[in-house]
Design a protein around this ligand. Structure first.
Ligand code: IPM
Ligand code: MG
Length: 368
């Protein structure tokens, strides 16, 4: 049997630092669990632009299509702010999502007990929180045509188009219902059916998929603005939230902050099954490239490490190993280890990115 293959695209800013910690975990699985991954590396984002004049080369794109899973760090930085839109670092990431057709973006927001005090919300509102946002990732206003900045009379007009087909809504709705069945069996769908036709269609199609295929799952609908409010008011009312590309972008950042730090949250972007039965997949932390702290050993590697745990679960059918890795992370947090983003308690000294990675490896060792 061939080894499972991984393409690592560490990207910009803190991406390479947090990914170095994931490499330690990958190596650990090779030496201690006898699970060896064939790892290759490539460039994405600003570093790819610096080297090749494009945020993602065709070669790297082709490699991403071949491997079992892609692990991505982060892209972007102030150095690239004035680049033409077509070569901005973010375009590299968007191209991966689009060409791999990674339509279901899973963004869990889980509050670790040890961190319940870090949320800007009251502890009882967030303690034990465990919700999953399923964000549609390959369509909607991020990709709809027409788009651009055009001349109209004597001024310019900026245009983006929100567009969803029934089949695009159906497939992401199925992903959400399937996940809900393995969780607490509840889905809340969010759109703006009160003002947008695409939202009205979204609501109808999600309801139809539910009625025809998943009547056992509890389904509710909410306007996305009310959803944002409810996420802050009482987030534990939710289990799975399914929503479009743009609302999902916003709601997942809000949900992330409920857990105390953006530095904690992983994501999985999944597409259709490949010939080997594994879904096309890309795993990345929800946080960005944090150029302000890059290169200083301050970044929290946990989001990236937990993204690898999601790869174990969703790409490699290694759910118990994913549990092991998640428990190891929980353990180091319970032991009081904190990177700089998680400070606030009296007298706690921050540990470095690399110390945090080592501690997770030690906790993995202890789990054997
Ligand atoms: C995200 C990010 C991306 C997005 C950017 C980097 C293109 O904010 O993954 O949430 O807008 O989708
Ligand atoms: Mg975002």
């Amino acid at each position: 049997m061939t080894n499972p293959s991984l393409l690592i695209l560490a990207g910009d800013g803190i991406g390479p630092e947090v990914m170095a910690e994931v490499r330690k975990i990958i190596d650990w699985y090779g030496t201690k669990r006898n699970v060896t991954f064939d790892v290759s590396e490539g460039l994405v984002g600003g570093c790819a632009y610096d080297a090749h004049g494009t945020p993602l080369t065709d070669e790297t794109m082709a490699r991403a299509q071949e491997v079992d899973a892609v692990l991505l760090g982060a892209v972007g930085g102030p150095k690239y702010d004035n680049l033409d839109f077509s070569v901005k670092p973010e375009r590299g990431l968007l191209r991966l999502r689009k060409e791999m057709d990674l339509y279901a973006n899973l963004r869990p927001a889980q509050c670790f007990d040890a961190l319940a005090d870090f949320s800007s919300l009251k502890k009882d509102v967030v303690a034990g929180l465990d919700i999953m946002i399923v964000r549609e990732l390959t369509s909607g206003i991020y990709f709809g045509e027409p788009r651009g900045i055009f001349e109209e009379g004597n001024e310019r007009v900026g245009i983006n188009t929100q567009r969803y087909t029934e089949s695009e809504i159906e497939r992401v709705a199925r992903s959400a219902f399937e996940l809900a069945r393995r969780r607490n069996n509840r889905v809340c769908s969010m759109e703006k059916a009160n003002v947008m036709e695409s939202g009205l269609l979204w609501r109808e199609v999600v309801q139809k998929v539910h009625d025809e295929e998943y009547p056992d799952v509890e389904l509710s609908h909410m306007y996305a603005d009310a959803g944002a409010m409810q996420l802050c008011r009482w987030p534990k009312q939710f289990d799975v939230i399914v929503t479009d590309n743009l609302f999902g972008d916003l709601l997942s950042d809000a949900a992330a902050m409920l857990t105390g730090s953006l530095g904690m949250l992983p994501s999985a972007s999944l597409g259709a099954p490949m010939a080997n039965g594994r879904p096309k997949a890309l795993y990345e932390p929800v946080h960005g490239s944090a150029p302000d702290i890059a290169g200083q050993g301050k970044a929290n590697p946990i989001a990236c490490i937990l993204s690898f745990a999601m790869a174990l679960r969703y790409s490699f059918d290694m759910g118990s190993e994913a549990d092991r890795l998640e428990k190891a992370v929980e353990q180091v947090l319970a032991d009081g280890l904190r990177t700089a983003d998680l400070l606030g308690e009296d007298g706690v000294q921050p540990v470095s990115t690399s110390d945090m990675g080592d501690a997770v490896v030690a906790a993995l060792d202890a789990s054997l």
